[in-house]
Design a binder for this molecule. Structure first.
Ligand code: ADP
Length: 375
C-alpha cells in the first residue's frame, strides 16, 4: 500500500470515527461543567495533560478493535485475491462460524463463480461443436480435391461431376453454417438479430414460405397452409420471420415420412398472431424436447439431409428462438414420439386501423382452425 493509501483504509476510517465518538462526549461534559464559569479554555489547558494521553489511548484501542472487526473482511480479500490466480473451478471456503455478512459475501462470490464457470463451459462446448461442424464439410471438400488431383487427366466425367457436386454442396453448407454462427455471435454480443422492423401482414410471410415449401417437399408428403382472409398485422423484420417459418416447416417436412402431412396455420387471437407448424412425423422424445432449442443439438434419428437446404446446421431452432424473442414472442413445442410435433409461435400483433372489409373477414378462430386441419 502507498503512503497516502493507508488513510483510505477502512481500519483508519473506523478508528477515526470510533475515537471521535469517544472524544465528543468528553468535550461535551467539559463544556457543560466549565461553560458557565467562562474559564473553559484555561481549564481545558490545565486538563490537557490528561486529555492527550486519553486521546492517544482511545486511538490505540480503537485501532486494535477496528483491526479485529475487519479481520474477516481481510481474510475474504486474501482468498479472493488468491482466486484470481487459481483454477476457475476453485471456490471460496465457507465456514459456518464466520460472521453472517462475510459468509453471505463468500456465498455470493461462489454463486458468481458458478455462473462464470457455466458460461465458460458453454462457450468451450460451442467452440468445440462449431469446429466439429466446420471440419466435416472441409474434410469432404479436401478428400474430393485430393482425389481429383491424384487422378489428373485420367478422370472420368461421372466422378468429376460427383466431386464438383459435393464441393458445391459442402461449401454451401459451410456458408450457411458461418452465416448462422455470425447471427448468433451478433445476438450474444448484444446486437439486435433483427435488421429493420416494419408493419407487415404476416399472411405475406406465410404465403412466401408456402411457395418454397410446396415446391421442395416430397410428393408423398401432403403440405397444407391455412391462411385467414383478413390481414394479421405485426411489427417485424419480414426476412427474419420468413427464415424462422422456413426452418420450422423444413424440419416438419424432414421429420414426416411418405403418406404423412404437414400443416401450417395462421390465426389471430387476443392481439396475438399464432402460427402453428404441425406434422404427423417421427415426433420428439420428452428428453430431446428440452434440448431441441440448444445450439448444435440434433436428434440423431432425423439426421437426414433435406432437399430444401441440404444438411441442417443444428442451429436453426436456436436462431428461430432468438429471432422470435427479439420480436417479443415465444415458441412452444408439443410432441409425441411416432405421432408428430406441433411448434406454436406466438407474436404480438401491431395496432393498425382496419377497414370495414377486413373487419368482416376476421382471422379464423381456433375451432375453425381445427376443423380445417382435420379436413
Ligand atoms: P437443423 O438445422 O439441423 O434442422 P434445428 O435446430 O432446426 O437444426 O433442429 C434441431 C433438431 O431438432 C433437428 O436436427 C431434428 O433432429 C429435431 N427436430 C426439429 N424439428 C423437428 C420436428 N418437427 N420433428 C422431429 N424432429 C425435429
Amino acid at each position: 500500500m502507498d503512503k497516502a493509501g493507508w488513510s483510505k483504509t477502512l481500519q483508519f476510517r473506523m478508528t477515526l470515527a470510533m475515537t471521535l465518538s469517544g472524544l465528543v462526549p468528553i468535550f461535551g461534559c467539559h463544556i457543560i461543567m466549565f461553560g458557565a464559569s467562562h474559564d473553559i479554555i484555561p481549564t481545558f489547558m490545565s486538563l490537557l495533560p490528561w486529555y492527550l494521553p486519553l486521546a492517544a489511548l482511545l486511538i490505540a484501542v480503537n485501532w486494535f478493535l477496528a483491526k479485529l472487526i475487519l479481520k474477516p473482511i481481510n481474510r475474504l480479500i486474501q482468498s479472493a485475491t488468491q482466486l484470481a490466480s487459481m483454477d476457475i473451478r476453485t471456490r471460496l471456503e465457507t465456514d459456518a462460524d464466520e460472521s453472517t455478512e462475510t459468509l453471505e459475501l463468500r456465498k455470493s462470490f461462489n454463486k458468481l463463480l458458478n455462473r462464470l464457470e457455466e458460461s465458460l463451459n458453454s462457450q468451450c462446448q460451442f467452440v468445440a461443436d462449431a469446429s466439429h461442424e466446420l471440419r466435416t464439410p472441409l474434410t469432404s471438400i479436401q478428400g474430393y480435391t485430393k482425389l481429383l488431383m491424384r487422378r489428373g487427366d485420367n478422370i472420368d466425367a461421372s466422378l468429376l461431376s460427383e466431386a464438383l457436386q459435393t464441393v458445391t454442396d459442402e461449401s454451401g453448407r459451410l456458408i450457411r453454417l458461418v452465416s448462422d454462427l455470425l447471427q448468433l455471435a451478433r445476438a450474444d454480443a448484444g446486437q439486435s438479430i433483427i435488421a429493420q422492423k416494419e408493419i407487415i401482414d404476416l399472411r405475406d410471410v406465410v404465403r412466401s414460405v408456402e411457395d418454397t415449401v410446396t415446391m421442395v417437399a416430397p410428393e408423398q408428403v401432403e403440405v397444407q397452409f391455412i391462411i385467414p382472409k383478413s390481414p394479421v398485422w405485426i411489427d417485424a423484420d419480414m426476412d427474419k420471420l420468413k427464415q424462422v417459418f422456413l426452418n420450422l416447416s423444413n424440419n416438419a417436412v424432414k421429420a414426416t415420412q411418405a403418406g404423412g402431412k404437414v400443416t401450417v396455420t395462421l390465426r389471430a387471437s387476443n392481439e396475438t398472431a399464432i402460427i402453428r407448424v404441425i406434422d404427423t412425423g417421427i415426433g420428439i422424445a420428452p428428453a430431446d424436447q428440452q434440448r431441441i432449442f440448444d445450439r448444435f443439438y440434433r436428434v440423431e434419428r432425423s439426421r437426414t439431409r433435406s432437399k430444401l437446404y441440404g444438411g441442417g446446421t443444428g442451429l436453426g431452432l436456436a436462431i428461430a428462438l432468438t429471432i422470435i424473442k427479439a420480436h417479443g414472442g415465444s415458441i412452444e413445442l408439443e410432441s409425441e414420439l411416432n405421432k408428430g410435433s406441433t411448434f406454436t409461435v406466438k407474436l404480438p400483433m401491431a395496432k393498425v386501423e382496419t377497414d370495414d372489409d377486413d373487419k368482416d373477414a376476421m382471422p379464423f378462430s381456433e375451432a375453425e382452425d381445427e376443423a380445417r386441419i382435420a379436413e
